[in-house]
Design a protein around this ligand. Sequence first.
Ligand code: HPA
Length: 274
Amino acid sequence: MYDYERLEQYAEKISTKIGFQPRVGLVLGTGLGEMAEKMTVVYEQAFTDFSGFPVSTVEGHVGHFLFGYFEDVPVVCMQGRVHYYEGYSMEDVVLPIRFMAIMGVESIILTNAAGGINKDFNVGDIMVITDHISSFVPNPLIGKNVDNLGIRFPDMSNIYDKQMREAFVTVAKQNGIPVREGVYIQFTGPSFESPAEIKMAAALGADAVGMSTACEAIAARHAKVKVCGLSYISNAAAGLSDKELSHEDVRWASKFGAESVEKMLRGYFRSIKQ
Ligand code: HPA
């Protein structure tokens, strides 16, 4: 089990160094990392600087915390996330989320590339996540409860904050961005799903599929941090198109989605700026 006192000490040290309180935590998914270049960075810390921290091994994921401002809103941005399929325990996978919670953020915005399951969805759509199915991956809260973060049996009735969701949908519509709302299902990966698994996911009520996010949302809600999730539909899920699935294609397609996500984030940050 990770030494959470050490995590608190890291947070304290960085708070003193940067001299401001990040309000929002931002997790940049596949192909969206370049968005970090648009923020005003005050301080940067590699995950490798934190002892015992998981390090992303996926191409296209950098592995940094960036502290700074986006549209004048103080943020901590996680550039590159870690995935369960990289071989880390689920507890380790969500450590960066817990770190942001300890830093005192009010909310965390999770972004990801996802396969579209809903047949009405098109590549390039942005899905604002309304709920998730995480039953196919281990729960990140398994193990001794970290009482300083949250309770043993946290409620998950409203994981994705309604007000934030509405704000993002409004901003998307104002900017002419094709926005959808729906349920995200997390599988472990790293293989893409089989067509039969996608049929199952559709029957269960999932609209988009990915290999991250739901576990992070649980960890954030455990710590009583508000959560919002934006999925960029980078491909039709397995069996729904003739195309073979590849990470390169997901990355490539995500670059275009990044533009829409960035516009939505900009609009959202402007709306919460005080
Ligand atoms: N499946 C799982 N994860 C993904 C996909 C997919 O089709 N596209 C992007 N991430």
